[in-house]
Write a protein that binds this ligand. Structure first.
Ligand SMILES: Nc1nc2c(ncn2[C@@H]2O[C@H](COP(=O)(O)OP(=O)(O)OP(=O)(O)O)[C@@H](O)[C@H]2O)c(=O)[nH]1
Ligand SMILES: [Mg+2]
Length: 241
């Protein structure tokens, strides 16, 4: 590729990402206004995103009300599962896109009963490359790695591990059957993102889910009290003006 073509391409990509960030900011505003905490869940296909969401519902035991936005290239399979479990759920079919973007989320959010919810879990399209590049306006990025994917993934897909705040290591029930060097895996993660909060879990047996659910409740309640404190301060400022 000649250098002027490459420069134009970089400029176009920068413009797309900047337009996306503007809409992501408006999504964040919508969520905050409704008092809802948003989580963007990313992982490779089949890592267990939907299973983890359904197990989170069980582990929360009614402590938080949440809805789900399911991103897939096609089908409503995951949304059907979430609805069958009693969750409000909206499907986004991206057609050919390998990730969700802020516009897709902006179109989906009004279909959820946001004012009845504490939390929205967004299941991004199964992919270990693209989703990390597109902000959605959610508060937290969660990556799910799973044991059968192999212990070398942080070394091969570093971008995905760098932009996350939480790492779920799923399918730990398979550790006795699948070669997976946990020390090697965690060293790769540590180099890329030493501040990650890590939860090893099994979405099949439920092992580890209680620790995740307790942490999540604290996180969401903490955000709700910060947002309401900021609202009170802003109302106070207006009254004093
Ligand atoms: N043994 C085991 N299997 C699991 C676990 N979590 C999920 N699975 C299985 O892994 C497969 C994929 O799980 P899903 O939850 O559909 O994965 P996903 O990431 O949502 O998949 P896509 O939406 O298609 O990208 C299913 O057969 C699940 O039953 C786990 O912790 N242990
Ligand atoms: Mg799924």
């Amino acid at each position: 590729m000649c250098s002027s073509t490459a420069t134009t391409r970089v400029q176009v990509v920068e413009k797309i990402l900047s337009a996306n960030d503007t809409i992501a900011a408006s999504n964040r505003h919508l969520l905050e206004h409704a008092g809802v905490y948003g989580i963007n869940i990313m992982a490779s296909p089949g890592a267990g995103k939907t299973s983890f969401i359904l197990k989170t519902l069980e582990a929360l035991q009614g402590r938080l009300q949440f809805g789900v936005i399911e991103g897939d290239l096609a089908s409503s399979i995951d949304t059907d599962k979430a609805r069958a479990a009693g969750l409000p759920a909206v499907q986004i079919n991206t057609g050919g896109e390998c990730h969700l973007d802020a516009v897709m989320l902006a179109n989906a959010l009004p279909s959820l009963p946001l004012h009845d919810l504490d939390l929205v879990l967004v299941e991004n399209v199964g992919n270990l490359i693209c989703p990390a590049n597109f902000q959605l306006g959610t508060h937290l990025n969660v990556l799910i790695a799973s044991i059968p994917e192999g212990d070398d993934k942080p070394y091969k897909y570093p971008g995905m591990y760098m932009g996350m705040q939480v790492l779920i290591i799923n399918k730990t029930d398979l550790l006795p059957y699948v070669p997976f060097n946990m020390d090697y895996f965690r060293q790769g993660v540590e180099i890329l993102n030493p501040n990650l909060t890590v939860f090893p879990v099994s979405s099949k047996t439920g092992e580890g889910m209680a620790a995740w659910a307790d942490w999540l409740v604290d996180k969401v309640r903490g955000n709700q009290s910060t947002v309401s404190h900021c609202r009170d301060m802003s109302a106070q400022t207006t009254l004093n003006e």
